[in-house]
Write a new protein. Structure first.
Length: 406
């Protein structure tokens, strides 16, 4: 098989997917933003052919580059794992007449409003939502549904540019931030109270081959607004428990209704007083290297499993469910230069043998903005056979470690 991978020149983990494909004998070519001369030796050695173009979002340039590569070796499949490239990849598949996620499915997985309309019609419990492109439409929705409300880009990434509004004053501020007053189309939806988590799968021909369930502590929108919070992600090893059956049924129904065939998926969900609610789904792996948690907890190379799936091969092995895994970030007390830490010795003494990866920048390091996500500045990744003990260790780290800046 000859597989065309979009943006192999992006930072890891993109290279993990390319490595996995090569390891199972796939010929891999790439199109990226970086000129060929700027590829590092390792990536250049992994790719059979490569074209650098100014923009992967320019469909004509993307198609021309793909056709140049196809003249050397016929392209059997096109894949992308970057959220922003899911739709360009689908358009390229259609133009090249190769298999993979369709334009319809990619569009639905990018447009939150259209996605929820399809799912709502299919009986999936979703928050009330609409696409709005003027101030009058925002105000009408607010009057009809009531506060609190969420406003966000229709094709936004995670919690970036997402606003919770609890009153008219906050709603007007969000309208200005998202340029709705200038005609920008955004998604507005009812705020759903409840615990937030995600459901990751590898789907093959529309059926779930591998599945993983994780929890956020606290919910993402809360965590991204307050630097005093040490946010956690916990991937459970209790996936086979009856308590998750409803979630797994919901995930499978969403995959079927959106027409997802062979793809990684990343689905966000809420559970509260009104039961289980769907939030959104992407036809791609999660960001923040969250697959690494699934790998570490299940004695599984999920990147290789992805490569086997997209090339039409059988699964390599089942997940072991041996460990629960988690990731916790400890934010600096302010932006600036890291001056000192408190509590690290206590953390290494209690949790050290369970920490399988960490990042503790030395004093003198310039901090990175909190908005960039959960793998910036200081973080720890752990695994333990007990989910409850995992959570206890992450709580201990969050309460113990302090990062002081100047």
């Amino acid at each position: 098989m000859h597989l065309l991978f979009l943006a192999p020149d992006h930072p890891a983990p993109h290279r993990d997917y390319v490595h996995a494909l090569k390891e199972i004998g796939v010929q891999v070519s790439g199109i990226g933003h970086r000129p060929a001369a700027q590829l590092d030796d390792e990536m250049a050695g992994l790719l059979s052919h490569y074209r650098g173009i100014a923009s992967l979002f320019d469909e004509d340039s993307l198609l021309n580059a793909a056709q140049e590569i196809a003249q050397r070796a016929a392209i059997d499949r096109v894949e992308a794992v970057d959220e922003l490239l899911i739709l360009p990849a689908a358009h390229l598949r259609q133009a090249l007449e190769v298999e993979g996620t369709s334009v319809r499915t990619a569009t639905l997985c990018r447009d939150k409003t259209a996605m929820k309309e399809v799912l709502r019609q299919g009986g999936v419990p979703c928050a009330a939502s609409a696409a709005v492109s003027c101030v009058a439409e925002v105000r009408e929705f607010a009057e009809r549904i009531g506060f609190p409300l969420i406003l966000k880009p229709r094709a936004g990434l995670a919690s970036q540019s997402t606003f919770r509004t609890d009153n008219l004053q906050e709603l007007e501020a969000a309208i200005l931030e998202l340029d709705v007053h200038q005609g920008s189309s955004v998604a507005i939806e009812e705020f759903v109270e409840g615990h937030e988590g995600f459901y990751d799968t590898l789907a093959v021909d529309g059926e779930v081959r591998h599945e993983f369930i994780s929890h956020y502590y606290p919910n993402v929108l809360v965590a991204m607004r307050d630097r005093t919070i040490a946010p956690q992600v916990a991937a459970t090893n209790r996936v086979d428990s009856d308590s998750y059956d409803e979630l797994k049924r919901l995930g499978r129904k969403v995959i079927r209704l959106l027409g997802i065939e062979t793809s990684a998926t990343h689905m966000e969900w809420f559970f509260g007083s009104r039961g289980l609610k769907f939030s959104e789904i992407g036809a791609r792996p999660p960001g923040e290297r969250l697959w690494d948690l699934h790998c570490a907890g299940n004695d599984l190379d999920l990147y290789r499993e992805w490569a086997l799936a997209v090339t039409g091969q059988a699964a390599g092995q089942p997940p072991s469910r041996r460990f629960a895994t988690g990731s916790i970030q400890v934010r600096p007390d302010q932006d600036g230069t890291i001056a000192s830490y408190r509590g690290l010795d206590r953390v290494w003494k209690r949790c050290g043998r369970h920490i399988f990866r960490s990042n503790v920048p030395p004093p003198g390091t310039q901090t990175r903005p909190m908005r960039l996500g959960y793998l910036e500045n200081t973080w720890f990744r752990l695994r333990h056979k007990s989910y409850d003990e995992l959570r206890a260790m992450m709580d201990f780290i969050g309460h113990t470690v302090e990062v002081h800046c100047r």
